[in-house]
Design a protein. Sequence first.
Length: 299
Amino acid sequence: MAQTLQAEHQHQAQSRSVGTKRPRRPFFWLSSTVIYGISAIILLIQFFPLLWALVTSLMTAQETTSVPATLLPGHPTVASYVEALQGDIGHYYINSVITASVSTVITMILATLAAYAFARLRFRWKNVILLLVLFFSLFPPLVQVIPIYQILQGLHLLNTLQGLILPYSVFGLPLAVLVLMAFFQDVPVELEEAAIVDGLSRFRAFLQIILPVTVPGLFATAIIVFVGNWNEYLFALNYTSTSTYTLPVGIVTISQTEFTTNFSVLSAATILSVVPLVVLIMLLERRVVSGLTAGALKG
Protein backbone atom coordinates (compact mmCIF):
# COMPACT_ATOMS: atom_id res chain seq x y z
CA MET A 1 0.00 0.00 0.00
CA ALA A 2 2.80 2.40 0.96
CA GLN A 3 4.69 1.58 -2.25
CA THR A 4 1.55 2.26 -4.29
CA LEU A 5 1.03 5.68 -2.63
CA GLN A 6 4.70 6.56 -3.11
CA ALA A 7 4.51 5.64 -6.81
CA GLU A 8 1.38 7.76 -7.27
CA HIS A 9 3.04 10.69 -5.48
CA GLN A 10 6.10 10.50 -7.74
CA HIS A 11 3.87 10.29 -10.80
CA GLN A 12 1.94 13.40 -9.71
CA ALA A 13 5.19 15.27 -8.99
CA GLN A 14 6.53 14.39 -12.43
CA SER A 15 3.26 15.50 -14.01
CA ARG A 16 3.43 18.87 -12.23
CA SER A 17 7.09 19.38 -13.20
CA VAL A 18 6.32 18.58 -16.81
CA GLY A 19 3.30 20.86 -16.75
CA THR A 20 5.28 23.77 -15.29
CA LYS A 21 8.13 23.63 -17.84
CA ARG A 22 8.40 26.81 -19.85
CA PRO A 23 7.86 26.29 -23.54
CA ARG A 24 10.95 26.91 -25.60
CA ARG A 25 10.76 29.92 -27.85
CA PRO A 26 10.61 28.69 -31.43
CA PHE A 27 12.67 31.66 -32.72
CA PHE A 28 15.42 31.49 -30.09
CA TRP A 29 18.04 29.94 -32.37
CA LEU A 30 16.95 32.15 -35.25
CA SER A 31 17.38 35.32 -33.19
CA SER A 32 20.83 34.17 -31.99
CA THR A 33 21.87 33.47 -35.57
CA VAL A 34 20.73 36.93 -36.67
CA ILE A 35 22.63 38.62 -33.82
CA TYR A 36 25.85 36.71 -34.54
CA GLY A 37 25.45 37.36 -38.25
CA ILE A 38 25.04 41.11 -37.76
CA SER A 39 28.02 41.16 -35.37
CA ALA A 40 30.15 39.31 -37.92
CA ILE A 41 29.18 41.80 -40.65
CA ILE A 42 30.05 44.77 -38.40
CA LEU A 43 33.44 43.26 -37.52
CA LEU A 44 34.14 42.60 -41.19
CA ILE A 45 33.30 46.20 -42.10
CA GLN A 46 35.51 47.51 -39.28
CA PHE A 47 38.53 45.32 -40.06
CA PHE A 48 38.26 45.29 -43.86
CA PRO A 49 40.32 48.49 -44.46
CA LEU A 50 43.13 47.19 -42.27
CA LEU A 51 42.96 43.76 -43.90
CA TRP A 52 43.01 45.33 -47.36
CA ALA A 53 46.03 47.46 -46.40
CA LEU A 54 47.82 44.31 -45.20
CA VAL A 55 47.09 42.50 -48.47
CA THR A 56 48.15 45.51 -50.54
CA SER A 57 51.39 45.86 -48.59
CA LEU A 58 52.40 42.37 -49.76
CA MET A 59 51.88 43.25 -53.44
CA THR A 60 54.35 44.71 -55.88
CA ALA A 61 53.91 48.25 -57.18
CA GLN A 62 52.77 46.86 -60.55
CA GLU A 63 50.07 44.68 -58.96
CA THR A 64 48.53 47.61 -57.06
CA THR A 65 47.89 49.50 -60.32
CA SER A 66 47.11 46.58 -62.62
CA VAL A 67 43.91 46.49 -64.69
CA PRO A 68 41.81 44.54 -63.89
CA ALA A 69 42.52 44.96 -60.19
CA THR A 70 44.39 42.20 -58.38
CA LEU A 71 42.65 41.07 -55.20
CA LEU A 72 45.48 38.89 -53.89
CA PRO A 73 49.25 39.19 -54.39
CA GLY A 74 50.58 36.78 -56.98
CA HIS A 75 53.95 36.53 -55.25
CA PRO A 76 53.75 37.99 -51.72
CA THR A 77 56.78 40.10 -50.86
CA VAL A 78 57.93 42.28 -47.96
CA ALA A 79 59.89 44.62 -50.22
CA SER A 80 57.47 47.46 -49.49
CA TYR A 81 58.17 47.13 -45.74
CA VAL A 82 61.91 47.25 -46.40
CA GLU A 83 61.49 50.35 -48.55
CA ALA A 84 59.32 52.03 -45.93
CA LEU A 85 61.83 51.32 -43.17
CA GLN A 86 64.68 52.70 -45.29
CA GLY A 87 63.02 56.11 -45.36
CA ASP A 88 62.59 58.58 -42.52
CA ILE A 89 59.80 56.61 -40.88
CA GLY A 90 61.87 56.22 -37.69
CA HIS A 91 62.11 60.00 -37.36
CA TYR A 92 58.37 60.34 -37.92
CA TYR A 93 57.78 57.68 -35.28
CA ILE A 94 59.74 59.71 -32.73
CA ASN A 95 57.80 62.88 -33.59
CA SER A 96 54.48 61.08 -33.20
CA VAL A 97 55.47 59.50 -29.90
CA ILE A 98 56.54 62.87 -28.48
CA THR A 99 53.52 64.85 -29.64
CA ALA A 100 50.91 62.18 -28.82
CA SER A 101 52.39 61.30 -25.42
CA VAL A 102 53.03 64.84 -24.15
CA SER A 103 49.68 66.16 -25.36
CA THR A 104 47.88 63.18 -23.81
CA VAL A 105 49.54 63.80 -20.44
CA ILE A 106 48.60 67.50 -20.54
CA THR A 107 45.04 66.69 -21.59
CA MET A 108 44.60 64.09 -18.85
CA ILE A 109 45.89 66.43 -16.12
CA LEU A 110 43.58 69.27 -17.16
CA ALA A 111 40.63 66.99 -17.88
CA THR A 112 40.95 65.14 -14.57
CA LEU A 113 40.88 68.37 -12.56
CA ALA A 114 38.05 69.84 -14.63
CA ALA A 115 35.95 66.67 -14.56
CA TYR A 116 36.34 66.39 -10.79
CA ALA A 117 35.24 70.00 -10.37
CA PHE A 118 32.17 69.51 -12.55
CA ALA A 119 31.26 66.23 -10.85
CA ARG A 120 31.86 67.16 -7.20
CA LEU A 121 32.04 70.91 -6.62
CA ARG A 122 29.24 73.43 -6.59
CA PHE A 123 30.04 76.80 -8.10
CA ARG A 124 28.28 79.51 -10.02
CA TRP A 125 27.72 79.09 -13.76
CA LYS A 126 28.86 75.46 -13.66
CA ASN A 127 26.24 74.25 -16.14
CA VAL A 128 26.84 77.24 -18.42
CA ILE A 129 30.58 76.56 -18.53
CA LEU A 130 29.97 72.87 -19.25
CA LEU A 131 27.62 73.77 -22.10
CA LEU A 132 30.23 76.15 -23.53
CA VAL A 133 32.83 73.37 -23.45
CA LEU A 134 30.45 71.13 -25.36
CA PHE A 135 29.51 73.93 -27.76
CA PHE A 136 33.07 74.76 -28.79
CA SER A 137 33.88 71.07 -29.22
CA LEU A 138 31.25 70.86 -31.97
CA PHE A 139 33.25 73.05 -34.37
CA PRO A 140 35.03 70.90 -36.98
CA PRO A 141 38.83 71.13 -37.02
CA LEU A 142 38.79 72.29 -40.64
CA VAL A 143 37.11 75.55 -39.62
CA GLN A 144 39.80 76.22 -37.02
CA VAL A 145 42.89 75.53 -39.13
CA ILE A 146 43.49 79.15 -40.18
CA PRO A 147 42.84 80.81 -36.76
CA ILE A 148 45.12 78.32 -35.02
CA TYR A 149 47.74 78.83 -37.75
CA GLN A 150 47.72 82.57 -37.07
CA ILE A 151 48.01 82.00 -33.31
CA LEU A 152 50.94 79.62 -33.71
CA GLN A 153 52.58 82.02 -36.15
CA GLY A 154 52.31 84.81 -33.60
CA LEU A 155 53.83 82.55 -30.94
CA HIS A 156 56.60 81.43 -33.34
CA LEU A 157 55.56 77.79 -32.91
CA LEU A 158 55.04 76.84 -36.56
CA ASN A 159 57.16 73.91 -37.77
CA THR A 160 57.79 72.81 -34.19
CA LEU A 161 56.50 69.89 -32.15
CA GLN A 162 55.27 72.36 -29.53
CA GLY A 163 53.01 73.81 -32.20
CA LEU A 164 51.25 70.44 -32.46
CA ILE A 165 51.23 69.63 -28.75
CA LEU A 166 49.34 72.83 -27.92
CA PRO A 167 46.26 72.26 -30.15
CA TYR A 168 46.29 68.51 -29.51
CA SER A 169 46.10 69.14 -25.77
CA VAL A 170 43.11 71.45 -26.20
CA PHE A 171 41.08 69.43 -28.68
CA GLY A 172 41.12 66.28 -26.56
CA LEU A 173 39.76 68.09 -23.49
CA PRO A 174 35.97 68.08 -24.08
CA LEU A 175 35.71 64.33 -24.68
CA ALA A 176 38.07 63.53 -21.81
CA VAL A 177 36.12 65.76 -19.41
CA LEU A 178 32.80 64.16 -20.30
CA VAL A 179 34.12 60.62 -19.97
CA LEU A 180 35.89 61.26 -16.67
CA MET A 181 32.86 63.04 -15.21
CA ALA A 182 30.92 59.79 -15.49
CA PHE A 183 33.59 57.92 -13.53
CA PHE A 184 33.87 60.56 -10.79
CA GLN A 185 30.09 60.68 -10.38
CA ASP A 186 30.06 56.92 -9.98
CA VAL A 187 32.40 57.06 -6.95
CA PRO A 188 30.40 57.20 -3.68
CA VAL A 189 30.59 60.61 -2.04
CA GLU A 190 30.88 58.89 1.36
CA LEU A 191 34.44 57.79 0.58
CA GLU A 192 35.57 61.35 0.09
CA GLU A 193 33.60 62.67 3.06
CA ALA A 194 35.10 60.01 5.33
CA ALA A 195 38.61 60.96 4.20
CA ILE A 196 37.93 64.65 4.89
CA VAL A 197 36.55 63.80 8.34
CA ASP A 198 39.77 61.86 9.02
CA GLY A 199 41.75 65.05 8.45
CA LEU A 200 42.61 65.01 4.75
CA SER A 201 42.13 68.13 2.67
CA ARG A 202 39.89 67.90 -0.35
CA PHE A 203 42.87 67.88 -2.70
CA ARG A 204 44.62 65.10 -0.77
CA ALA A 205 41.38 63.13 -0.64
CA PHE A 206 41.16 63.56 -4.40
CA LEU A 207 44.72 62.29 -4.88
CA GLN A 208 44.67 59.46 -2.34
CA ILE A 209 41.05 58.26 -2.50
CA ILE A 210 39.32 59.28 -5.73
CA LEU A 211 42.11 58.82 -8.27
CA PRO A 212 43.05 55.24 -7.23
CA VAL A 213 39.40 54.20 -7.49
CA THR A 214 39.05 55.66 -11.00
CA VAL A 215 42.32 54.29 -12.43
CA PRO A 216 40.52 52.05 -15.02
CA GLY A 217 38.58 55.06 -16.27
CA LEU A 218 41.74 57.16 -16.45
CA PHE A 219 43.49 54.50 -18.53
CA ALA A 220 40.53 54.09 -20.87
CA THR A 221 40.25 57.85 -21.41
CA ALA A 222 43.99 58.23 -21.92
CA ILE A 223 43.97 55.52 -24.60
CA ILE A 224 41.13 57.25 -26.45
CA VAL A 225 42.94 60.60 -26.35
CA PHE A 226 46.29 59.08 -27.34
CA VAL A 227 44.83 57.24 -30.35
CA GLY A 228 43.16 60.45 -31.55
CA ASN A 229 46.40 62.41 -31.27
CA TRP A 230 48.44 59.63 -32.89
CA ASN A 231 46.18 59.48 -35.96
CA GLU A 232 45.66 63.25 -36.38
CA TYR A 233 46.52 64.41 -39.90
CA LEU A 234 45.06 67.84 -40.66
CA PHE A 235 46.97 69.93 -38.12
CA ALA A 236 50.19 67.99 -38.66
CA LEU A 237 49.96 68.67 -42.39
CA ASN A 238 49.47 72.43 -42.00
CA TYR A 239 51.62 73.29 -38.99
CA THR A 240 54.78 71.23 -39.57
CA SER A 241 57.56 70.90 -42.10
CA THR A 242 59.62 67.92 -43.24
CA SER A 243 61.72 67.73 -40.07
CA THR A 244 58.69 67.83 -37.76
CA TYR A 245 56.26 65.66 -39.70
CA THR A 246 54.39 63.12 -37.64
CA LEU A 247 53.68 59.60 -38.83
CA PRO A 248 50.32 60.20 -40.62
CA VAL A 249 51.90 62.91 -42.79
CA GLY A 250 55.26 61.19 -43.04
CA ILE A 251 53.93 57.94 -44.50
CA VAL A 252 52.37 59.93 -47.35
CA THR A 253 55.68 61.57 -48.18
CA ILE A 254 57.47 58.21 -48.06
CA SER A 255 55.15 56.65 -50.62
CA GLN A 256 54.78 59.59 -53.01
CA THR A 257 57.02 60.72 -55.79
CA GLU A 258 56.54 63.69 -58.10
CA PHE A 259 54.12 61.90 -60.42
CA THR A 260 53.04 58.63 -58.78
CA THR A 261 52.11 57.02 -55.47
CA ASN A 262 53.47 53.62 -54.46
CA PHE A 263 50.40 52.13 -52.82
CA SER A 264 52.21 49.04 -51.55
CA VAL A 265 54.71 51.21 -49.65
CA LEU A 266 51.86 53.42 -48.43
CA SER A 267 50.02 50.35 -47.13
CA ALA A 268 53.16 48.94 -45.51
CA ALA A 269 53.84 52.23 -43.72
CA THR A 270 50.21 52.33 -42.59
CA ILE A 271 50.50 48.85 -41.08
CA LEU A 272 53.71 49.89 -39.34
CA SER A 273 51.95 52.95 -37.89
CA VAL A 274 49.20 50.76 -36.41
CA VAL A 275 51.61 48.39 -34.63
CA PRO A 276 52.33 50.69 -31.62
CA LEU A 277 48.60 51.17 -31.02
CA VAL A 278 47.96 47.42 -31.11
CA VAL A 279 50.83 46.73 -28.73
CA LEU A 280 49.69 49.50 -26.36
CA ILE A 281 46.11 48.24 -26.24
CA MET A 282 47.27 44.65 -25.75
CA LEU A 283 49.45 45.69 -22.80
CA LEU A 284 46.64 47.70 -21.20
CA GLU A 285 43.76 45.48 -22.32
CA ARG A 286 42.42 44.65 -18.87
CA ARG A 287 42.46 48.21 -17.62
CA VAL A 288 40.91 49.57 -20.82
CA VAL A 289 38.13 46.95 -20.90
CA SER A 290 37.36 47.37 -17.20
CA GLY A 291 37.29 51.14 -17.61
CA LEU A 292 34.97 51.06 -20.62
CA THR A 293 32.73 48.49 -18.90
CA ALA A 294 32.51 50.60 -15.76
CA GLY A 295 31.54 53.62 -17.81
CA ALA A 296 28.93 51.62 -19.73
CA LEU A 297 27.35 50.17 -16.56
CA LYS A 298 27.10 53.49 -14.75
CA GLY A 299 23.56 54.26 -13.63
